[in-house]
Design a protein. Structure first.
Length: 415
């Protein structure tokens, strides 16, 4: 974990924390309250609880991920898959059960041998908080340890960008409780984790950097933040890939928003030229509405209702695409868009590309994009790249923030 002066925001680093009796734990409630809970259990040794800012150790994260993928798993299966001593597995399981991350199922009778008790992810005891900051809105919701919403997320409309962080703090304080183990926050734009800042974002179009340190001081659980597209990539991995693809380019399209992230073995690569919204700021020599970056001709300004209106069409972009995807104005936008996306694919040369969108009725249009992108790829690998689509018209932005938190439980994320 990196330490940023007074800022304790976690940034995808894991280090093992050795505790008494080789137990490993994490805590998001106070040491006093957790110790009080454990004193109620008979024959349980009192482990030394780490500070809530410490991440789960790699071995326990791997065990949690195995059980998540298998849905249910016995201790003997875990021992065989982890290639660890049985005593070590037993200690790890006891710790994870104590922390409310894992639970035992009811005793199951087998055709032969002793009855078996399986392990599964505990979806009732603990939860994560997912938060999404977007232009003009903040969304926050509670999600169980499998990423399923516990209730509908709360959305706040915020017209004044200077009030976004204030609204975010209010929502986090309102929804955080002593069962919240982690909080994940997704933000569009370019982030500086070393100084806990947003350098540029469509949420704050004045171009000034915004500090996130105040958000980390709200609760006693850890706050993990990342770019919106990286958060979507993390969520894609949780929901779609038990075996991550080696190299995978995910591209997110929305009205006036275009981002991309390059995943290697399922994990976003920090520092990659297209890991933030840089793809959205690929510029073409066009007179578009001015982007918040201060320039014109940005791809995410081209793929927007504002540019469509400048071309003389009064519909929203998504409705115009659904009504007449081959109209001259939509075809013009599509041609520019696929030119920029094909350049990114040519540059990265990934084995897989997935185009994601939260706009409604976009399946047929994404198919058109895929074909036009493929036509513009370098001949040598055009047929090698596999293209996919992920459309979710009823998307919950807070779910991607929750995925950032869950990734700290299930994976050792590279920094």
């Amino acid at each position: 974990m990196r330490h940023h002066g007074q800022c304790n925001i976690l940034t995808h680093h894991f280090y093992p924390i050795p505790l008494n009796n080789s137990l490993y734990c994490i805590a998001s409630v106070t040491i006093k309250s957790m110790a009080h809970c454990l004193q109620k259990r008979d024959n349980v040794s009192m482990a030394e609880f780490v500070n809530p800012t410490q991440p789960i150790p790699p071995r326990l994260a791997e065990e949690m991920n195995l059980i998540r993928k298998m849905e249910r798993c016995s201790r003997s299966d875990l021992h065989r898959l982890m290639n660890c001593r049985k005593n070590t597995i037993g200690q790890d399981v006891n710790t994870l059960i104590q922390m409310g991350l894992m639970r035992e199922t009811e005793l199951q009778s087998l055709p032969r041998g002793r009855p078996s008790v399986h392990l599964e992810i505990d979806t009732d005891t603990r939860h994560v908080l997912g938060v999404a900051i977007m232009p003009g809105m903040v969304s926050c919701g509670r999600y169980n340890l499998l990423g399923q919403p516990l209730e509908m997320p709360t959305n706040l409309t915020v017209d004044d960008p200077s009030q976004i962080l204030k609204a975010t703090r209010r929502l986090i304080k309102q929804m955080h409780d002593n069962q919240t183990i982690l909080t994940g926050l997704s933000i569009p734009g370019m982030l500086d984790r070393d100084h806990c800042k947003v350098l540029s974002s469509s949420t704050w179009p004045d171009g000034k950097s915004v500090s996130l340190k105040s958000l980390n001081q709200l609760t006693d659980s850890r706050l993990i933040f990342d770019n919106t597209t990286n958060a979507l990539g993390t969520r894609w991995l949780l929901e779609h890939a038990n075996t991550p693809l080696h190299d995978h380019l995910l591209i997110f399209l929305s009205d006036g928003i275009l981002g991309a992230t390059l995943l290697i073995n399922g994990h976003p690569i920090d520092g990659c030229i297209i890991c933030s919204n840089e793809l959205g700021h690929t510029r073409l020599p066009l007179d578009t509405p001015r982007c918040y970056c201060g320039q014109t001709g940005c791809l995410e300004r081209i793929f927007s209702t504002a540019y469509l209106k400048q071309l003389g069409e009064n519909n929203k972009l998504s409705k115009a695409i659904a009504d007449a995807p081959t109209s001259p104005k939509i075809r013009q936008i599509t041609d520019y868009l696929t030119m920029g996306l094909a350049n990114a694919v040519n540059f990265c040369r990934p084995s897989h590309v997935t185009i994601m969108t939260d706009l409604p009725d976009m399946d047929d249009y994404i198919d058109v994009l895929v074909e036009q992108i493929r036509d513009q790829l370098l001949r040598e690998f055009a047929n090698r790249i596999q293209m996919h689509k992920w459309t979710e018209p009823n998307a919950q932005p807070a779910a991607s923030g929750a995925a950032l938190a869950l990734a700290q439980i299930y994976w050792c994320r590279p920094g």
